[in-house]
Design a binder for this molecule. Sequence first.
Ligand code: ADP
Ligand code: ZN
Ligand code: ZN
Length: 671
Amino acid sequence: MSDKYADIIVDISHEAIDRTFEYKIPEPLLPEVEVGSLVDIHFGQGKKTRTGYVIDIHDEPEFDPAKIKEIFGVRPKGIAIESSLIKLASWMHETYGCTMITALKTVMPVKETVRRTKARVNVADVTIEKPPVTELNEAQQSFVDAFLSDRESGICGTYLLHGVTGSGKTEAYIACIRALAEQGYQSIVLIPEISLTYGQLARYKQHFGDRVAVINSRQSKGERYREFERAAAGEVDVVIGPRSALFTPCRKLGMIVIDEEHDTAYKSDQSPKYHARDVAAKRCLIEGASLVLGSATPSMESYSRAKKNEIRCFRLPDRTGDAVRPEVLLVDMREELRLGNRSIISYDLKRLMEDRLSKKEQIMLFINRRGMNSFVSCRECGEAIRCPKCDVAMTLHRDGILRCHYCGYGKKAPDTCPSCGSKLIGGFGTGTEKVEEEVKRLFPDMKTLRMDRDTTMKKGDHARILDAFSRKEADCLIGTQMIVKGHDFPDVTLVGIMLADLSLFTNDYRAGERTYDLLAQAIGRSGRGDKRGTSLIQTYQPEHYAIAAAAAQDYEGFYDTEMTYRRLMHYPPASHMMVFLMTGEDYETLSAASEEMTAMLKNLAKDSPSRVFVIGPSDATIGRINNVYRRVIYAKSEDMGLLASMAEAADAMPVADGVLLATDLDPMNMY
Ligand code: ADP
Ligand code: ZN
Ligand code: ZN
């Protein structure tokens, strides 16, 4: 038997050793070591014991065999990692500029010693009746036909299913999954965690019985690994889960579905800050699978690709059943003030609420909390009370405690202004609690439920509130964006959207997109049953393009305006953008380091063949969190590879002690 050699990535995240090292596989270990194995090796001068991933095996050594060390141990055999996941890691390394080991750790299923796990609480334990066979409508069928005929011609395309919630997207996914399963292919369905409800799972379970694997963040690592094993063994037809389910090892992957593909949860918040949509596209390419994206409000990224015919777009126009689109009213709150109404509830909203109360129909009031809080500020000097450790104002809660939402610091609200001693100090702004108080004041008989961060601290709170509302134990549900996702309440015929513009006050370049998306979803909550609904938007900027387009339910119009702005400003998806975030406790040191970094990046930009803009350095929007200062540099270019190489160079550059660097490609918000 000839000798075998392995190329190994050592488990140390450091740019300088981010390459493979060659080791000999000793005879006794030959049967156990394979591509993807986790092995024990000696590494470096001190012969330290390390682990590493085998990413290739070959017969001829590249180095002097006398100097090659031997692998001395193999970790218990886990799921055989097809080389495809290693290829995917390698692509992530090149695209996001992270080290190879970080990329490998992101894609590799980790085997944990499985302790006696508790009974698995998932839908697999529930028996569910077979569903009635749904006949697809014309729009659904034309997508499924195109999908299947493409596959028959060997085309593994990308498809965008553009349709509102309830238009039948899930039913269309299921038809594709079923057809693929008959040919022995598996599918992965990604769903934002918040929508991964019992009802959603039950539908897949109805169709595929035990051949469903479920991944979620409440599972132990052991439970998750079990589901991975079932998928790798080909025991399931479909895997359902949030972002991380994307890395489920499958025996024969046929399709990845990303439902609600515009959702921000698909962007990872840890290094590498990948976007599930991009990684899924790459994985599909490597494994010969198709990619299906579904959304009522497609991301700018996907819709621009559809416009360029890079992906095929299918519209599912109508809600199935008889429900019709809600009527939408816009109320200009400036006008309201001129009319002498100082309440946070406009005259029109009040009138409609009275009407619904008398008809015993239900109401939802949605308060957009993104970018806004209830501050305590001084009417004499204007100072807001800020967190001592972060550059943000603290939020007042009803229990009288001021809390910092960034570091968690809390203290009792003071009676006098800490800056000037004035007694004229008080709450400013509108939160869910304040809306609830106002509703109670205007309608003493109205039964209300409130759903926000404070009322959903405990597990199960979420479901308890929604259940109570669906049993009609309350007339009105008041809440943050939590209440707009997914849930169907057929008796809701009025949705009031308070302060629609708040998400526009942030400096986020995606604020328009977020606003449109939130409004479209909130509007869609009304009139889900057989009665026509009304949605009323209260805003200070009725003329803003995102608000006007949402009110007109005109996605196309919104997209055109938004895209013009992105092109003008070189923001994604018109261009790519890399963020370099530098943090440190000493501002002087950090500032100097960020200047050096900028100089280095500008130098790279000067010598590069593609056009790239380097902007900064400047303080981040929130310049300090928990006493750590934050500085940012942005680089914009259409050449994504160039940006990745800039990130890699930045990573390799020595920076001052105590200064850390993080990079983020095409961020979901400005830093
Ligand atoms: P989405 O995923 O777009 O929210 P669903 O697939 O969940 O939409 O469909 C919404 C509802 O309509 C579900 O109750 C589903 O069973 C039903 N439905 C979907 N397609 C059809 C159809 N072709 N005929 C009848 N009912 C359908
Ligand atoms: Zn003051
Ligand atoms: Zn703080």
